[in-house]
Design a protein around this ligand. Structure first.
Ligand code: FAD
Length: 737
């Protein structure tokens, strides 16, 4: 693989199928997940696609048709993904990858359908992550779909955090939802009065229960918590009016009002009573953090699915564009290739495709990471509990030593005997994956949905006018708008950037990042065609810039890398995401190259597929390098004052009279001098004397190198474009327009 000589390359003949994807996204040995993908696909490309085509998105109301979609989810097992087998589910163990695969399949056709399936899990997530065993068992079992022969409707839930302006949105710390003691008889369980209004709450039209974030408004309750509210509780459970959404119309959204009396046992995770005060075991912030950490990954994968789903319809449109016209007879280039005769149309589609590959690889890698993290996190909690350490600062302190051991592990040579000991330490494994997850989750949500939405606009534009009609095959116009919601809900881009700003500077993450950079160079030496070397150079530049900015100041002496200075920190967070997406894209192609040969289906035409996907990696790595270079250069130089003509001494400028003198000993110097001051003080018409590189010469060296690292990337794009023009696609899309 990886040859840059066109004549030697094999060409991909068909679109990558399930066998290829199962290897890349690492569920080739998970039959349960393969079955899940098939059943979710059946619902997506069957009833969901038919609903969209029939215009069911044209109403805000919750219709019988939309309700039938939920029943189709139940029948297909989608509602049961979240549950343990003993609660009515069918997947044992962590379920992040499973949930992501199902959401990916649904979002391939319609984002609202995917959201409708996920929102129920979001409602259960606080209970799953931090609820007591009784709470988890009770609500999971109620929400599981009925078994064959069982006459029962599953409970549906909603997650209620966001409140009417001016309260919770991005800033989840500001809550106006209130909790008071309604009644507390001696020796009995207290009853609580809950007062909460929600804004933009998914699933609310039909929710039987909600998990709501509230703050104490009573000295007898400490802090905040999440409470479970049921439709039949005493008081008001008003589902509210539907939100007039422009997007995701197959899910239900509305602004509910709750004023209810519930027993204190509804506090998620339980409580203790200390000196007559109810102290929830978890405050709402702790619960929400644990929930979003996992659920945001799935949202990122929804946008990734949309990008990849756009490829086939665009290819078909481009090829058939001129058929039927006079002069475009079968066999002519115009008839056979249509708009694909034109390089720009192909290159733009290659860009969409490469983005989709990168976003998907990043998303599934993050989902798998959380599957690995889930049991390790439980082990960590148990070990620390045994040592008498529980949560918060005490835990952070206790893990300090493990962090140093993790950093040491990353610095060891592959054959170092100490490796085995450190690798076997569960706390080391925990801090490594935790640091990685803290970065990968917001990166997936931010890059996939943010940049992904921009690229969906590109996909729509490739369909011309058709792209922005309801008739567009693949519903691309809907997907473009829907993607903007994915960039917004569960915390918009600012929230993800803010989190990255903190987590990407962790010592453990930085050590991991350095080891990944070295890994990319190693990969490049064996697989030069993947763009891994370009990526490694860009990674080196990013890390240099981060370290530089952490110590640099602006002309007023103010620190540049500072929480308040989002112009610096957010931009660096954006740059990092490009690198991460590109890295996982490359790793997935290597996995395919390594294992594809063992699979009877994937091995067919494997070389061509690997070549094409490598070319997409190379194209994407070059894009990532360009973004990183642009962002870093702006940050490194942009906060220096530009030299002015009136600056003392005009350092760096020549005087005209000086030049005449120098010309005698250095002929030709006048032609090189750009900043020349005349006798009368006049100067060239520009901002000032050119800035020199000051102390940042090292940056320019890195940038120079990065620029030459781009060698070959456009050849890869040309090759990919050639494949896009030739690859076979099915006669018709497998879901209706
Ligand atoms: C269809 C839909 C379904 C939803 N479902 C649910 C649900 O089921 N449950 C639920 O609880 N919520 C739900 N939400 C709410 C959603 O999570 C919020 O809308 C989202 O978190 C953004 O909050 P906001 O609308 O208040 O935006 P704002 O906070 O007003 O943000 C506006 C802009 O300002 C920026 N911004 C805000 N704060 C900062 C900052 N500190 N620094 C820099 N920039 C900042 C944001 O990035 C954004 O660009 C849903 C929303 C929609 C539209």
């Amino acid at each position: 693989m990886g040859s840059s000589v066109l004549s030697e390359t094999k060409t991909m003949l068909t679109l990558p199928g399930d066998a290829v994807r199962q290897i890349q996204w690492r569920y080739a040995d998970r039959f349960d997940l393969q079955m899940l993908v098939q059943s979710a696909r059946g619902v997506a490309r069957g009833p969901v696609a038919r609903m969209v085509a029939a215009g069911e998105r044209n109403t805000h109301e919750w219709t019988p048709g939309k309700n039938e979609m939920l029943e189709a989810f139940d029948r297909a097992g989608i509602t049961a993904i979240f549950m343990e087998p003993e609660e009515g589910g069918f997947i044992a163990g962590p379920k992040n990858l499973a949930l992501s695969l199902a959401a990916f399949e649904l979002a391939w056709v319609d984002g609202g359908a995917a959201t409708a399936s996920l929102a129920g899990f979001l409602a259960l997530s606080p209970i799953h992550e931090r609820g007591t065993a009784e709470q988890a068992n009770h609500y999971m079992s109620l929400s599981a779909p009925p078994q064959p022969g069982e006459d029962r409707k599953p409970w549906r839930g909603a997650f209620v955090l966001t409140e009417p302006i001016p309260y919770v949105g991005v800033d989840t710390g500001m809550l106006s939802g209130k909790l008071r003691v309604a009644q507390w008889k001696d020796g009995e369980e207290p009853w609580l009065q809950v007062d909460k209004r929600g804004r933009f709450i998914t699933n609310i039209a039909f929710a039987n229960f909600v998990t709501a974030a509230v703050n104490s408004d009573d000295p007898r309750i400490k802090g905040s918590c999440v409470v479970i509210l049921e439709e039949t509780d005493e008081g008001t459970f008003d589902h509210g009016t539907p939100t007039k959404k422009l997007v995701h119309q197959l899910s239900s959204t509305g602004d509910p009002i709750f004023n209810l009396k519930v027993p204190a046992s509804r506090i998620v995770g339980g409580y203790t009573v200390k000196d007559g005060v109810i102290v929830p075991n978890f405050n709402h912030g702790e619960i929400i953090e644990a929930v979003f950490r996992r659920t945001r990954v799935t949202v990122g994968l929804m946008t990734a699915a949309k990008l990849l789903s756009a490829i086939e319809p665009v290819i078909r449109y481009q090829r058939e564009r001129f058929r039927g016209a006079e002069g475009a007879r079968p066999g002519t280039v115009r008839y056979e290739q249509g708009i694909q005769q034109r390089e720009d149309a192909l290159h733009r589609l290659v860009d969409v495709w490469a983005t989709g590959e990168a976003a998907t690889s990043l998303g599934f890698a993050t989902a798998r990471l959380f599957d690995e993290l889930d049991p390790i996190e439980k082990e960590k909690t148990a070990i620390l509990k045994e040592r008498g350490v529980q949560g918060g600062r005490a835990e952070m302190k206790a893990l300090k030593e493990s962090e140093q051991r993790a950093i040491e592990l990353l610095s060891l040579e592959p054959n170092d005997p100490r490796r085995a000991e450190l690798e076997a330490d569960p706390l080391v494994q925990y801090v490594l994956r935790d640091a990685e997850g803290n970065v990968l989750c917001p990166a997936t949500k931010l890059w996939n949905t943010g940049h992904g939405t921009n690229m969906l606009r590109e996909a729509v534009s490739l369909m011309g006018g058709y792209g922005i009609t309801e008739d567009c095959p693949g519903f691309l116009g809907n997907k473009w708008m829907d993607a903007q919601l994915e960039a917004t809900y569960e915390g918009p881009e600012a929230v993800q950037r803010r989190q990255l700003t903190v987590t990407m500077t962790s010592e453990v993450f930085q050590a991991e990042f350095r080891s990944w950079t070295a890994e990319m160079r190693r990969i490049a030496s064996e697989h030069p065609g993947t763009g891994a070397c370009t990526l490694a150079s860009a990674m080196q530049m990013w890390l240099w810039t981060l370290n530089h900015l952490q110590n640099a100041t602006d002309p007023n002496g103010n620190k540049l890398y500072h929480g308040q200075r989002q112009g610096v920190t957010f931009a660096l967070a954006d740059a990092l995401c490009w690198l991460l997406a590109s890295r996982w894209q490359i790793l997935d192609v290597l996995e395919l190259a390594a294992r594809g040969g063992d699979d009877p289906v994937a091995s067919e035409g494997l070389e061509g597929t690997v070549q094409f996907l490598s070319d997409l990696c190379h194209t994407q790595a070059a894009q990532a390098a360009g973004e990183v270079s642009r962002i870093c250069a702006e940050l490194v130089f942009g906060y220096n004052e530009h030299p002015r003509w009136k600056d003392e001494g005009h350092s760096g400028c020549f005087l005209a009279s000086e030049l005449e003198e120098y010309e005698e000993s250095m002929p030709g110097i006048s032609a090189m001098a750009v900043d020349v001051l005349a006798e009368n003080g006049s100067h060239p018409q520009k901002a000032g004397p050119c800035a020199d590189c000051g102390r940042n010469g090292e940056f320019l060296r890195l940038q120079n190198k990065l620029t030459t690292c781009l060698s070959g990337s456009r050849l890869a794009k040309d090759r990919a474009a050639e494949t896009v023009a030739r690859v076979m696609i099915p006669e018709a899309l497998d879901y209706p327009a």
